[in-house]
Design a protein around this ligand. Structure first.
Ligand code: CP
Length: 312
């Protein structure tokens, strides 16, 4: 029911497919509001969650989405697998495939790993975040949350703030939002904005106050110490002063602005706790929409039928 067998990247994705995913996700959101939050749509479908990197939100929401759709699920953690005994990625994948699975959800620290996996095995592959490359299901849930808040994505002004260079969330959001007709401005320290960014069709503005005046919504990125290698930010205090979404900064702007964060948050660094917990933040809506979005993606890729979707 989607044009591509796998869900690896939003680069070059078809608008009609994103529309279909979002429409289906909103229908599953209604299922999540029911007393019994389960439909039989993927009965008999077996899905493996392969996580080679830590995760809270993505892993739990994929697992919940699979259970809500009545799929059979198996969880794999690299840290407790035979990878620790030296088994290769390819052998691991082919052994899992030999057990007749239909789909794999994979998070891996190496960019391009889900694409490589798709070459090794015949199952449908869903990218749950591959290094600094992409996090396409996060972008879908972010777009769903914006659509829920504003009604439409066309013409919406979205600022993405922080470490753009290391952010798979930024990259997938940029691809998805531009396909859907939104405008995107990125803002962060010059050394954390990649040179090619203008070629993607976004604006760059290093002045956070100007971006706040321009934007309808801000997506605040986490400072990713684990991917930086060496510190690329002079100090937390300086980062916070120039690019932090602080209570004082937002108070000085006389406008309502919607605040998003993919998590996990560094409270007191890129965002103040008081902002994250305020009514203008839709961060926990993003988390709930993550379950509905992932249900929609699994449903559309694993052969669910429209009539099964709403069955109680
Ligand atoms: N947003 C996100 O990917 O969070 P996790 O790393 O906890 O999955």
């Amino acid at each position: 029911m989607l044009s591509q067998k796998h869900f690896l990247s939003l680069k070059g994705y078809i608008k009609e497919d994103i529309d279909k995913i979002l429409e289906t996700a909103f229908q599953f959101r209604e299922v999540l509001d029911r007393p019994i939050k389960k439909v039989p749509s993927l009965q008999g479908v077996t899905i493996v969650n392969l996580f080679f990197e830590n995760s809270t939100r993505t892993r739990i929401s994929f697992e919940l989405a699979q259970k809500r759709l009545s799929a059979d699920t198996v969880n794999f953690s690299a840290s407790s697998s035979s990878l620790k005994k030296g088994e290769s990625f390819k052998d691991t994948a082919q052994n899992i495939m030999a057990m007749k699975i239909d789909a794999v959800v994979m998070r891996h620290p190496t960019p391009g790993s889900p694409k490589l996996l798709a070459e090794f095995i015949d199952a449908t592959i869903i990218n749950a975040g591959d290094g600094t490359h992409e996090h396409p299901t996060q972008a879908i849930l972010d777009m769903m949350s914006l659509k829920e808040k504003f009604g439409n994505l066309r013409g919406l002004k979205v600022g993405i703030i922080g470490d753009i260079s290391h952010s798979r969330v930024a990259r997938s959001n940029i691809y998805g939002l531009l396909i859907m007709g939104a405008e995107v401005t990125v803002c962060g320290p010059p050394n954390l904005i990649p040179r090619y960014i203008n070629d993607l069709g976004v604006k760059v503005n290093f002045n956070l106050n100007e971006v706040i005046e321009w934007a309808d919504a801000l997506n605040i990125l986490r400072i990713q110490k684990e991917r930086m290698g060496r510190s690329l930010v002079p100090s937390v205090r300086e980062y916070r002063s120039a690019f932090g979404i602080t209570l004082d900064r937002l108070k000085s702007h006389k406008k309502e602005i919607v605040i998003m964060h993919p998590g996990p948050m560094n409270r007191g660094v890129e965002i103040d706790g008081a902002i994250a917990d305020s009514d203008q933040a839709i961060i926990l809506n993003q988390v709930l929409n993550g379950v509905a979005s992932r249900m929609a993606i699994l449903f559309l890729l694993c052969g669910g039928q429209p009539t099964e979707m709403v069955e109680k």
